[in-house]
Design a protein. Structure first.
Length: 223
């Protein structure tokens, strides 16, 4: 099964390169139906909006780390109230207080990779487990580490197809879609935060410069 899925993913990635985002997501919806899940960080709801216009039985998963800004949780709640799609909030096994008790206070400072793994990567892995494919809103323009994103790829670690419908989009493309479809946007994006993650590890800044500022860390490990 995994070999066949990988072959399908890589072929689709070649065939759909250059296609509109709606066509790429539409392929995933048609190919996998409810065995597809969409991951949303709640910076904006572009991918959720696109999905909701196609089908209402494909879930959206949001990783609730316990460290989010209130504005991000508010955006999640607004998305849940607005769109007719199932919304799953995936949470870590330990609360923030429990993590502090086991690993010491403010693990995000002493071992940010472990903190991300416990509060982001593992909860998302659990949430993705029942599905064959997942889609995310990652874009090539966001950072050098994402510059070679394929629109459809094979997620070898999880053994799933991964879809990036917005891979080729610029910030202007996102803004255009938001304006045309009145999409919900996290208010922090209008307050100097161009990339929004967990509150302790996110500062105002252009692009992803405000994420883990002052360290060499650039990704949480999800992607």
């Amino acid at each position: 099964m995994a070999t066949a899925l990988k072959t399908r993913a890589l072929r689709a990635g070649d065939e759909l390169e250059g296609a509109p985002a709606e066509e790429i997501l539409g392929w995933a919806v048609e190919e996998f139906g409810p065995r597809l899940v969409v991951a949303a960080s709640m910076a904006e709801a572009v991918l959720v909006d696109m999905l909701a216009r196609m089908r209402s039985d494909i879930p959206v998963v949001f990783v609730d780390t316990g460290y989010h800004f209130a504005e991000t949780i508010g955006t999640r709640d607004a998305v849940a109230a607005t769109y007719d799609v199932p919304l799953i909030s995936a949470r870590p096994q330990l609360t923030v207080v429990g993590q502090d008790a086991v690993h010491g206070r403010d693990l995000f400072r002493t071992d940010p990779d472990l903190c991300c793994r416990m509060r982001k990567v593992i909860p998302l892995d659990r949430a993705l487990a029942p599905y064959r494919a997942w889609a995310a809103g990652s874009r090539r323009a966001e950072s050098a580490s994402r510059a070679n994103l394929r629109v459809v790829d094979w997620d070898a670690r999880r053994g799933k197809v991964k879809i990036h419908p917005l891979a080729a989009w610029t910030e202007a493309d996102v803004e255009r879609y938001v304006a045309e479809h009145n999409v919900i946007v996290n208010p922090l994006l209008s307050d100097g935060y161009e990339s929004v993650g967990c509150r302790p590890c996110t500062q105002r800044g252009a692009g992803r410069a405000g994420r883990w500022a002052g360290t060499t860390k650039t990704e949480c490990g999800i992607h």
